[in-house]
Write a protein that binds this ligand. Structure first.
Ligand code: ADP
Length: 507
């Protein structure tokens, strides 16, 4: 095992449940990789610790090998062996933890959604910290993410600092306050936390369900720095609707809580080099974009003849969950057709009822010349949709940051977005004279109702159909905007350094 060397940059270890592209469910996976790579480019040493899921995309892991180490970690009153694997994902060093536990925690064919998720991930947090301790690593920052790895923070102070792992300040990023990880208090004991000690309202007791413990709250209370993924969402979660009970804890810890807008990985999301695209293009040369549009239309049997060749293609790539504004997505399909556009949806739902509802809609449109619904997760197709679409719809009810608006902009698809969370920090209305012209990059609406969506979508479609020259300029300008990780990574570094400086000034 490599010990940390003295180096000019920071040494940051991420402990996370997702990492794109090998183990990605949503934006969290993109952030771990995108932020990690940006920090690495700036000269920091970044490592990631992940569960060794059976269902990872192993083709995307380079040089995967087992380490010759014996890491035993505590759970349920005994210790269990863990196999540690090491590999490289997108240039970042990653350690994968494979528990030898009879429950086969990460051999389930899925990343989450299991009945024992609380146990699976508290086991993982404990094993990850045990690995950091035993490998002699001395990170400056341990960065954990969402409820899955929030237990890292209380475990660190209660168990690992006394064992001598005390070099790190703890950073915690909450990507979505909807998912908190609550359980009966006794469940905390499995990973070795002292239930009596933690079961208090100023520690891990849930703010509303007083007979539960709340892992996300533990991450907030016990980390030195807490961030979320956009400035607007950081404001929204300070209120009861966004905070889902945790607004009380955020108020108590407001001096260490910040919102930093995510970026996207500009190497991975680059229409000029994207290996998943048939035709490349850039803001200087949009021919490839038209070719992708033609390719998508012929692949999905959209009609293209006559006046249809002028139709705007409206795209949507999303998890189909209530947060994403399901009723508005459905409405957008019909409205687009009414207004003379074509619509392609790529989405899948973990909720069987929603999946069925959209399968019914998909059947209705099976032979329609202007709409297709593809109801699965498909990385390659998502790239084609971003590249081929003229307009991209994101009518979220709430959206902590949202990556699809940034990807669509980079690929020349103009977003139609509801003004919430990170969408409000990145999409600015083309018709709003109060916004500087250079920043105007989309069409926005405020209320989560059909009339408001129509207001934005209609303007986008009309703009495309009736002002082609100006539309082209809007596309070019939008593609050149910078939503890379570069500046957001600098903000993280500043906050990491401040957290470290606060600790030094206390000693
Ligand atoms: P969330 O994390 O809430 O799902 P984000 O906008 O932050 O939303 O991130 C979504 C990411 O997942 C984007 O990279 C998007 O392209 C991708 N994605 C969502 N649904 C699909 C799908 N069905 N197929 C392929 N990629 C998808």
């Amino acid at each position: 095992l490599i010990n940390s060397r003295k180096r000019p940059g920071l040494y940051i270890i991420n402990i996370a449940a997702e990492m794109a592209p090998v183990a990605k469910v949503g934006g969290l996976g993109d952030v771990v990789t995108g932020l990690g790579r940006a920090l690495q480019k700036k000269g920091h040493l970044v490592e990631v610790i992940l569960p060794k899921y059976d269902c990872m995309d192993y083709k995307r892991i380079k040089d995967l090998k087992v380490l010759d180490v014996d890491i035993r970690s505590y759970f349920d009153g005994q210790t269990f062996a863990n196999k540690i694997w090491q590999g490289t994902v997108e240039g970042l060093p990653v350690y994968f933890i494979e528990p030898y536990h009879p429950a086969k925690f990460f051999w389930r064919g899925v990343f989450y959604g299991e009945n024992d998720d609380f146990r699976r991930f508290t086991y993982f947090c404990r094993a990850a910290l045990e690995f950091v301790l035993q490998s002699g690593k001395k990170p400056d920052i341990i960065h954990s993410h969402d409820w899955h790895t929030a237990a890292v923070a209380p475990l660190y102070w209660d168990i690992y600092v006394p064992k001598g792992l005390d070099s790190a300040r703890l950073a915690f990023t909450c990507h979505n306050f909807e998912y908190q990880g609550t359980e009966a208090p006794a469940a905390l004991a499995a990973c070795g936390l002292n239930v009596q000690h933690q079961f208090r309202l100023d520690r891990m007791q849930d703010n509303f369900m007083h007979n539960r413990v709340n892992l996300l709250k533990g991450g907030i209370v016990f980390s030195n720095l807490v961030t979320t993924v956009s400035p607007t969402y950081a404001q929204e979660v300070r209120g009861p609707e966004g905070g889902r009970g945790l607004q009380i804890s955020l108020a108590a810890h407001s001096n260490k809580f910040f919102g930093i807008l995510n970026g996207i990985d500009y190497d991975a999301w680059n229409p000029a080099t994207d290996p998943l695209l048939e035709y490349h293009f850039s803001s200087e040369d949009l021919l490839g974009k038209q070719k992708n549009k033609a390719f998508l239309r012929s692949r999905f049997g959209f009609s293209t003849g006559g006046p249809r060749s002028e139709k705007p293609l409206v795209g949507c790539v999303t998890r189909l969950v209530p947060q994403k504004g399901i009723h508005l997505i459905r409405h957008a399909i019909y409205r687009t057709l009414e207004k003379g556009g074509q619509f392609i949806l790529l989405g899948s739902s973990p909720v069987p009822q929603i999946q069925r509802e959209f399968e019914d809609i998909a059947k209705k449109f099976q032979a329609h010349p202007d709409a297709r619904l593809v109801l699965k997760y498909d990385e390659k197709l998502s790239h084609l949709i971003y590249a081929a679409s003229d307009i991209f719809v994101i009518p979220s009810i709430f959206e902590p940051c949202g990556l699809t608006q940034m990807i669509s902009m980079r690929y020349g698809a103009i977003p139609v977005a509801r003004k919430t969370g990170g969408l409000n920090d990145s999409v600015f209305d083309a018709d709003d004279p109060t916004i500087p012209f250079e920043s105007r990059n989309g069409f926005t609406f405020s209320s989560a109702d059909e009339q408001d969506l129509n207001y934005a979508l209609d303007r986008a479609v009309n703009y495309f159909l009736h002002r082609p020259e100006s539309w082209r300029d809007l596309v070019k300008k939008t593609m050149k905007l910078d939503f890379s990780w570069d500046s957001s990574a600098n903000q993280y570094v500043d906050l990491f350094k401040k957290a470290i400086a606060r600790a030094v000034s206390r000693t």
